[in-house]
Design a protein around this ligand. Sequence first.
Ligand SMILES: Nc1nc2c(ncn2[C@@H]2O[C@H](COP(=O)(O)OP(=O)(O)O)[C@@H](O)[C@H]2O)c(=O)[nH]1
Ligand SMILES: [Mg+2]
Length: 171
Amino acid sequence: MGNAYKVVVAGGFNSGKTTLVQTVSDIPVVSTEQKTTDKHSAVKEETTVALDYGQVTIAGNLLHLFGTPGQTRFDFMWDILSKDTDALLILMDSSDRSSLSTTRRMLRQLRRKRKDLPFLVVATKQDQRRALSPSDIANSLKLEPSLVIACDARDKKSVKSILGQLAQSLS
Ligand SMILES: Nc1nc2c(ncn2[C@@H]2O[C@H](COP(=O)(O)OP(=O)(O)O)[C@@H](O)[C@H]2O)c(=O)[nH]1
Ligand SMILES: [Mg+2]
């Protein structure tokens, strides 16, 4: 029998969190997308306000996926969602330089709150022009290269491979 794990999917605005959960979930995703009202509305019409919930079975383990909202005014949700969490994915848009500082801030938060929590930095949008490579990102964040992995959040195989790697570090 496999285990069940709670995985939080964090990351900056527009990094692919909602897409990742929707791409890989075995069940219809519970989503809280709302019309974007602030400065982000030029980037996309809808944004996650509370969470995206989906689930997927990987190598016999049931993963509960909780996508967090990216905008900083929803930071309090991060605290709620990171309680009793087994693992964390921090997504970052590799083509957006400002995503490095967002990711750095999240890693700092993580070290302060849950030093022992298994995590991976997921570098999305590698297909975009001027995308930072996973090794550039690892260098810049001073992380082991194996902790930063390229992923296309729209591609089921790509997402499953990330989750497989995460599940391995949990069992
Ligand atoms: N080109 C490209 N687009 C991606 C990739 N991953 C996600 N996206 C797109 O990025 C946009 C923002 O994704 P979304 O899931 O809403 O981001 P969120 O704010 O983190 O929830 C969507 O249009 C996705 O289709 C990728 O690897 N490459
Ligand atoms: Mg979202």
